[in-house]
Every structure is written in C-alpha cells, then in structure tokens.
Design a protein around this ligand. Structure first.
Ligand code: ZN
Length: 286
C-alpha cells in the first residue's frame, strides 16, 4: 500500500469524488482562515485521498474570493503529499479542442488581488518557481490519460487571469500572441502555495470551450459547454482513479524539500507567534 496521500482540488464540473471507501469529512480552521468547505477524506484503491471543491458546496465562491491559503494549508495538515488541481479552462489554441485535457508545465500570472504566500508578517522565504509544477506527477497523469485513450497534451502554459469576468477579445488575442495554451482563473495561486507547502503539484486543465479569440465562440451554446464540462469531470475522475490504482511509489522529484535554503529571516528573529503560524510549513527548517 502506498504511503502517498493524494489531494484533489475540484473545480467547475468536479464537485465530488466518487468511489471513495472509509469516507469521512473534516472541517478545519486554519491560521489563514476558513477553507472553501469541509474536506472529504477516504481511500481509493487503498490510497489515502483528500478532496475539496474549491468553489465550495453549491459553487458559491468566485475565483478571487477563494481562500487559497486556507485550502492548501488544510491539504498539508491532512497529510497530502501529491496534489492534483482540476481546473476548467478556455482554449487558446485551435488544436486544444473542447474536451482536451492539458497537463501544463508553465503559468503566466495575470491575477491582481490575491494572497499567494504563506509567509510575510515577520518571516521571509522565497520559493523557487521556475518550474511551477511537479513534472513527475504531471507526466504520470498524462501517461495514465493517454492509456485511457483520452485526448490529452503534456506541457503548455496556463495564463491565470483575475476574473470573474472572462477576457475581452483584445486581451484574448494578445494572450494568444504571447503563446499561451489555456486560460483559467485559479490554478497559478494553488501552484504557488503548493510549492511553499512542499507538495508535488499538477494542474489538470480541462478545456471546456475556446476563449473569445475564436470565431466559433459566438455560436457556442451553453448546453454544449455544460455537456463538455460533465464529460470532462468524468474523464478527470477516471484519470485520478487509474493513477492511484498504479500509483508510483516514488516521484523522484525534489518537491518535498522545495523550501530548503529559501528562508532569509534568521531563526532567532522569528517571534513565537509567527513560528506557530508557519510551523506546519517551515517547522523542519526552524
Ligand atoms: Zn514532485
């Protein structure tokens, strides 16, 4: 039995984790406030799983309203070592058709008003973020998806916009000229925090439609988008299920020591209150 604990943050179209055994829920209060809701815990094929819908039960929380820090801190507290962020995205490329699943390698930040670090207020640490996802985890998931005959792509850039409105046509065209692959509103913030929490992290970007640069965009029917979203949710579940069924014991990455040598504040300058706040994340370096 694997000692990995897999966390899944579900997005639009993935609000539940079916098929878990030994199911229980856990409500956490964190040093960063309240998470999006209760965590759903259980086992899938013998692997410990933790699930959280990022928009809350009933989809009530906008992307910029999500308490990302609390959500990721809770995952860490519950023992998650590998985190999969499932995210509905718009496609920025013709060859990423609605329904395709992209395991991105890079992000571009267009967010504006978000808390995206656990540190500050008396403790300074700078995480390395040149390679923002765990390539080992992302490659494993991509291989699993390929094995399931799902239309999928490894690599690409996710541009993370603030929202909640979608892009203007001018923005969408400019982003395309920058060479990005998909556009969403949530995953970069989770990637930053997962890195600070020393977890393996992979985005599973589910293309629901083309962003507004595309000529077909005006003809898109809401029913069609909802249908693609539902199908994408089913694909995400099957990929996660197949991944944990044959979960690689080792990831061979350095995610679990990513904050080593990143702390700039001398230990003796960190007050007991601050220490308590960051103990879960930096405790082994203090
Ligand atoms: Zn990793």
């Amino acid at each position: 039995m694997s000692n990995a604990c897999v966390g899944v943050i579900g997005g639009t179209g993935l609000y539940d984790m079916e098929g878990l055994s030994n199911v229980r829920t856990e409500a956490l209060t964190t040093p960063y406030g309240e998470p999006s809701g209760e965590y759903l815990l259980g086992t899938l094929h013998g692997v410990d799983m933790v699930f959280l819908p990022r928009h809350g039960k009933g989809h009530r929380i906008l992307p910029h309203e999500i308490n990302y820090r609390a959500n990721v801190w809770g995952m860490k507290k519950l023992g998650v070592s590998r985190m999969i962020s499932v995210s509905a995205v718009g496609s920025m490329r013709e060859d990423i058709a609605p329904g395709k699943i992209v395991f991105v390698e890079q992000f571009f930040d267009r967010t504006k008003n978000r808390e995206c670090t656990f540190f500050g207020d008396g403790v300074v640490a700078h995480a390395y973020f040149a390679d923002p996802v765990c390539q080992s985890l992302a490659k494993s998931l991509h291989e699993v998806a390929t094995g399931l005959d799902i239309d999928t792509q490894y690599g690409g850039t996710y541009i993370c916009m603030e929202g909640p409105q979608f892009s203007t046509r001018a923005e969408s065209r400019i982003y395309r000229s920058w060479g990005v692959d998909v556009i969403g509103m949530t995953n970069l913030t989770e990637a930053k925090l997962a890195r600070e929490a020393e977890m393996c992290f992979s985005t599973m970007a589910l293309a629901t439609d083309y962003d507004c640069w595309h000529e077909s965009e005006e003809d898109v029917q809401v029913e069609e988008v909802l249908k693609v979203m539902a199908e994408n949710g089913a694909k995400a579940r099957s990929i996660i299920g197949a991944y944990v069924q044959n979960i690689p014991e080792e990831t061979g990455c350095s995610c679990h020591a990513s904050m080593k040598n990143t702390l700039l504040t001398p230990k003796e300058a960190i007050t007991p209150e601050v220490r308590e706040r960051v103990e879960l994340l930096l405790g082994k370096y203090l």
